[in-house]
Design a protein around this ligand. Structure first.
Ligand code: HEM
Length: 489
């Protein structure tokens, strides 16, 4: 035995027995067939067959890092959330960034929104803020989400993403015009996860200790500065280094260049919502900063890489309905749909006990309830009684709602959103276009035209272009000309 071998631990089976030979399977004689009694071979092949779990149905491709959130301003008059309570307070955070449409092995440098999911391990339980790098979204009702994602993913017949499907859906969903204008503009391909902003996107509800409530929108401004790739740069990078975002984040953190973001919020007194110009819970719109200015809250810093990507990144489970006292949902229909979708996805993807995995369990609080057992339970509650109320010192309810109650009126049914003076699918898309420099407009039109020109049917092209014309006549005209040039050229 060499010195090197002597200092190493013995290789074992899963039950801990020593393995004699990891190079040769047991055979019935030299050159003969293999033996079913070779437990080690059977176990090794069988385990390998079970290495993959279902990938996330969206946002499959992602990277994660740990860090902390530090409060820099006192906002206790707006929320009683303990982790936001006083300047200097630090809370451990796990972040996962992602692309949306691609599968687990897809390239990072693509035109796609980026996920910006955060888990704050607070003393009052885990708070998940599951946002994107865009302040708006393509649709405003969760019923449309599976259809929308189907158009982004692989066509049932061709097995690849089809321009026909993408533009058919967007053409028939004018509310997507704002997000599509954003996505095909310069910010549509971040240079890395470090060089993009993050947004909670939805409106959430903050409640202070007196029970007063405020609608709130979160903005994480990158301290690294915004950096983006052009379509040509991205195509080259995606080919040369498909894992560019993953590599960049891991290397930066390993090198001690800890990425950080400044959190700012927009706050709207609850009474403003009914009389605001447009529905403030419409996820296809931003709140103009002139109406609701940004207020600084704190700083997010990522300073530690996960030890094991599968355990901590692939098995991470973020759910928009993991709230803590002082924070709750708004009636944004998309958010309401998401309050169901995520934990359900986790139960399917990871199992009912995913909340016991180290990355998902509370770190600064203790989970105590009477949910029990299930596949792979590691925290079973031991001898403790598994019902409530009980007379054996079991955990008790507080009687204190996490967030303020919202008034509701009317009958059940399917409705359009409550109407406001400026509810419109095109105004903000047009404003975004008009804000761009001439160069930015030219790149936006070229990016859109390059994709629309792949559509095979004229009626789909016309309907898609009509939405951009409704946002801004010049925008539509330029796009139509660019598409025509590509399709006839
Ligand atoms: C991931 C559903 C809209 C951000 C997911 C997953 C589902 C889902 C099922 C996979 C979860 C998992 O397996 O762990 C939905 C539905 C939506 C919606 C039904 C609309 C009704 C949005 C919006 C945003 C967003 C508007 C951002 C503002 C994310 C992020 C992830 C994700 C960041 C990845 C989380 C992670 O890193 O694990 N979504 N989504 N989604 N979604 Fe959504």
């Amino acid at each position: 035995m060499s010195d090197t071998t002597a200092s190493r631990a013995t290789l074992t089976t899963e039950s801990g027995a020593p393995v004699a030979d990891n190079q040769n399977s047991a055979q019935a004689g030299v050159g003969g067939p293999l033996l079913i009694q070779d437990q080690y071979l059977l176990e090794k092949l069988a385990r390998f067959n079970r290495e993959r779990i279902p990938e996330r149905v969206v946002h499959a491709r992602g990277s994660g890092a740990y860090g902390y959130f530090e409060v820099t301003a006192d906002l206790t008059r707006f929320t009683k959330a303990h982790f936001l309570a006083e300047p200097g307070r630090r809370t451990e955070v796990f972040a996962r960034f992602s692309t949306v449409a691609g599968n687990l092995g897809a390239a990072d440098a693509v035109r796609d929104p980026r996920g910006f999911a955060l888990k704050f391990y607070t003393e009052e339980g885990n708070y998940d803020l599951v946002g994107n790098n865009t302040p708006v979204f393509f649709i405003k009702d969760p019923l449309k989400f599976p259809d929308f994602i189907h158009t982004q993913k692989r066509d049932p017949y061709t097995g690849i993403q089809e321009a026909d499907n993408v533009w058919d859906f967007w053409g028939l969903s004018p509310e997507a015009t704002h997000q599509v204008t954003w996505l095909f503009g310069d910010r549509g391909i971040p240079a890395s996860y470090r060089h993009m902003d993050g947004f909670g996107s939805h409106t959430y509800l903050w409640t202070n200790a007196e029970g007063q409530a405020y609608w709130v929108k979160y903005h994480f401004k990158t301290d690294q500065g915004i950096r983006t790739l052009t379509s040509a740069e991205a195509a080259e990078l995606a080919g040369r280094d498909p894992d560019s975002h993953q590599r960049d984040l891991r290397e930066a953190v390993d090198a001690g260049q800890f990425p950080s973001w400044t959190l700012k919020v927009q706050l709207m007194p609850v009474a403003d919502a009914a009389k605001y110009r447009f529905n403030p819970f419409d996820l296809t719109k931003v709140w103009p900063h002139a109406d609701y200015p940004l207020v600084e809250v704190g700083r997010l810093v990522l300073d530690r890489n996960p030890e094991n990507v599968f355990a901590e990144v692939e098995q991470a489970a973020f759910s928009p309905n993991n709230f803590v006292p002082g924070i709750g949902p708004s009636p944004d229909k998309m958010l309401q749909g998401r309050l169901f979708a995520y934990a359900d996805a986790h139960r399917y993807r990871l199992g009912v006990n995913h909340t016991q995995l180290a990355v998902n369990a509370p770190h600064a609080a203790t989970a105590r309830n009477h949910g029990r057992d299930g596949a792979m339970a590691t925290n079973t509650g031991g001898r403790a009684k598994n019902y409530e109320p009980n007379s054996f010192g079991g955990p008790y309810e507080t009687g204190e709602p996490l967030y303020a109650a919202s008034p509701v009126t009317g009958h059940t049914g399917t409705f359009e959103a409550p109407s406001h003076a400026e509810d419109d699918d095109f105004v903000q898309a047009g404003n975004l276009y008009r804000l761009m420099s001439e160069d930015e407009k030219a790149r936006l039109v070229a990016n859109l035209a390059g994709f629309i020109a792949q559509v095979t049917r004229d009626d789909l092209v016309d309907r898609a272009v009509a939405n951009f014309r409704a946002a801004d006549a010049e925008y539509g005209d330029r796009l139509e000309a660019a598409v025509k040039a590509l399709r006839t050229g």
